[in-house]
Write a protein that binds this ligand. Structure first.
Ligand SMILES: [Zn+2]
Length: 263
C-alpha cells in the first residue's frame, strides 16, 4: 500500500489522500477536494484513480468528487446513509465492509458517528496499520459536532473503536490542525511534556511534509485520549466546579469537547 498525503494549502487546511496498489497502480482518492492536486499527483505517479471515498458528507470533503469522477470515471463510495447528501454515490458502506484497491490493498470500513452521523473511517490491513480518519480524530484533537454530529456518539466512537486499535496504527486525518490542537492539550494539561516536545517539533511546520503520528503517540498528546489524567481532571474542575470526585471518562470527554468549542 502506498499512501500519498496531499496538502491542499486552503483555508480549511484539508489533507486529501491517494492510496495506491504498488502492483497495479490503481488508486483510491480520499476526500479529493483539491481535484487538481489529486489528479496531478496520480498522473505524476502513473496511477489510475478508480474509486473516490468520502469520509463524510461535508462539502470540504466532497467538493472535488465531480471533477475527479469526470476525469477518471471513478466510483464514489461513502457511508450508506449519506446517499441523500452526496450526489452520484455508487457504493454505500457499512461497518466491516472491505474496500479493495488493485490487488494488494484491503481497507476495512469503520462506522464512526460523532462528527456527523454518516462518517466512516478506513483502516488498512497492513503490517503497520493505517487509519484514514476524516474529521473524527485529528492529530492531538477530536472532530467538532457542530454540523450534524453528536458529542456522545463521538465519545462512543473513541472509546469503543479508536481506543481499541493497535498502538502502531498510523493516523491520517482530514485536516492539519496539530499546532492549534497541541496548544489546547497544553492549556488542559500544562505538565504534558510529550505535547510540549511535539509542539516544538511541529510549530511553523510545512504541512506538505507533515509528521505522521501513531495511535500510541496520540495517547500521549491528545487530550481526548487522556480522560483519566489527574491534571486534566483537576483543570477541568476549575472550569466545572460541580464535576464529581471520580468523573467517568464519558463525562470528562464531553466537558473537554464543550471547552474546546469555546476555546
Ligand atoms: Zn467535516
Amino acid at each position: 500500500m502506498i499512501v500519498k498525503q496531499i496538502w491542499t494549502a486552503n483555508n480549511y487546511r484539508n489533507f486529501n489522500y491517494l492510496i495506491a496498489c504498488a502492483e497495479t497502480g490503481e488508486a483510491l482518492a480520499v476526500d479529493p477536494l483539491d481535484h487538481e492536486k489529486c489528479l496531478a499527483a496520480a498522473k505524476d505517479a502513473g496511477w489510475q484513480i478508480t474509486q473516490i471515498l468520502n469520509t463524510h458528507e461535508h462539502h470540504d470533503h466532497t467538493g472535488g468528487n465531480d471533477a475527479v469522477a469526470r476525469a477518471t470515471g471513478a466510483a464514489i463510495l461513502a457511508h450508506r446513509n449519506a446517499r441523500d447528501s452526496i450526489p452520484g454515490m455508487q457504493r454505500g458502506l457499512g461497518a466491516g465492509d472491505l474496500v479493495k484497491v488493485g490487488k494488494t490493498v484491503e481497507l476495512e470500513v469503520l462506522d464512526t458517528p460523532g462528527h456527523t452521523m454518516t462518517h466512516v473511517c478506513l483502516r488498512s490491513h497492513t503490517d503497520q496499520p493505517a487509519l484514514f480518519c476524516g474529521d473524527t480524530l485529528f492529530n492531538a484533537g477530536a472532530g467538532n459536532c457542530h454540523n450534524g454530529g453528536h458529542p456522545s456518539e463521538l465519545y462512543k466512537t473513541f472509546s469503543e473503536q479508536l481506543e481499541r486499535l493497535p498502538g502502531s496504527t498510523r493516523i491520517y486525518p482530514g485536516h492539519d490542525y496539530i499546532e492549534n490542537n497541541l496548544k489546547f492539550t497544553l492549556d488542559r494539561e500544562p505538565d504534558n511534556r510529550d505535547a510540549a516536545d511535539m509542539l516544538g517539533r511541529v510549530a511553523g511546520h510545512d504541512p506538505a511534509a507533515a509528521f505522521v503520528t501513531t495511535l500510541d503517540v496520540e495517547r500521549t498528546i491528545n487530550t481526548f485520549f487522556r480522560l483519566s489524567s489527574p491534571t486534566v481532571i483537576a483543570k477541568l474542575r476549575e472550569a466545572f466546579p460541580d464535576l464529581p470526585d471520580n468523573p467517568d471518562e464519558r463525562t470528562v470527554f464531553l466537558k473537554l469537547r464543550e471547552l474546546r468549542n469555546k476555546w
